[in-house]
Each structure stands twice: as structure tokens, then as C-alpha cells.
Design a protein around this ligand. Sequence first.
Ligand code: IMP
Length: 197
Amino acid sequence: MQVIIASNNQGKIREYKDIFAPLGFEVFSQGEKSIELDVEETGRTFEENAVLKAQAIYDLTHSCVISDDSGLEVEALNGEPGIYSARYKGLQTEHERRKAILDGLKGASYRKARFICLICFIDEAGQQHLFKGVWPGTIAYEEEGSNGFGYDPIFISEDSQGRTTASMPISFKEEHSHRAKAVKKLMEYLENKAESL
Ligand code: IMP
């Protein structure tokens, strides 16, 4: 069976290919299927945006599709940047977006935050299935580390002994992150589905 990854992000595409291939799926990126579609993320939640992206590709192809939407929620900033994580305050670089969060929390000791990942899988019958991963933690006082991407240099997960995600080995994130948790749920679902066929 074929599955299309509704993303142009090479990192995400590689990760999902690694998951689906052993389960007997033929995995294609949007590019490999020549689908030139940049779906506008107009949803109000991660769930809505993940569904929007997957459904747009399903409507075109009628193949199985997988999409994900993720971001960071900072409690003391009323949940910002949330669904706007990739374009927070219209700032162009990841460094500027991280700085905006550190500035927003200047002097604050309450720094709780969490990463969220929502995966939408649309099966061959067109049915949507959602899988959510949450990674709780806090925001550091300054940037630390160079691994990962996005907000990793300022996020200290609850299971990293006070170090930022960007300071931890890449394998740590692969095992513990919001994305890893959502992917694990998706894999459990697919394995059960495969067994019942
Ligand atoms: P999207 O899921 O591709 O829409 O991007 C979400 C944005 O959230 C990314 O551009 C990052 O800024 C941020 N983000 C999501 N997951 C992570 C992560 O694992 N580490 C750091 N930042 C992340």
C-alpha cells in the first residue's frame, strides 16, 4: 500500500519513511508524487492544521496520507507561540523567535512550557486518525546547545536533568520528544491494523 507524506520538510520525510517502510508501505514524499501544494495553515488548533494538510493531499490522490503539525506552548505567554511557532510574531529566523520568547519571559520564574505534535493519518478508505504527543518542560534563561532545530536551544524537557534539548544527544529526542510519542501511537495503531488484516 502507498502512503504519501504531506510535507516538504526533508527531516520529517526521512523519519516517516523509516517508520512506514518496515510495515510494508511504499512511502512517497509530496515531491516524489509531483504534488505541488503548499496548504495554508488556517486552522485554530494543531489538530485542525494537521487534518487540513492531510485532507488536501488525500482529496488529490485518494492514497493513504500522513501529515503532522507541531509547536511550542509557553504557559506564561498564554500558550504562545502555539500554532504560530514557525512564524511567531512574523519573525524571520529561529534565533529571533527564540529571543522573543526569552524576552517575553524576562524576570519571570514561572516558565512552564510544552511541545505538542499532532499526526493525522488518512487511511485508504479516507478515514482520519489523529495521534497526539505532548512533551512537558520549562523555558531556559538563555540559549544552550546546538543540536536539533527551532526552539530546542531554549527548551528543557522534564526528563533531561535541567539541560536544553539542543544540549542532549540526538538519540534522546528521538526517544522522548512530542513527535516520538505521537509516532509511537501511530505505529501501535498500524501494527494492530496489520495484525487484523
Ligand atoms: P510545523 O510542524 O512544520 O508547522 O512547524 C512547527 C514549528 O514548531 C517549527 O518550525 C519549530 O519552530 C517548532 N517545533 C516543532 N517541533 C519542534 C522540535 O522538536 N524542536 C524545536 N522546535 C520545534
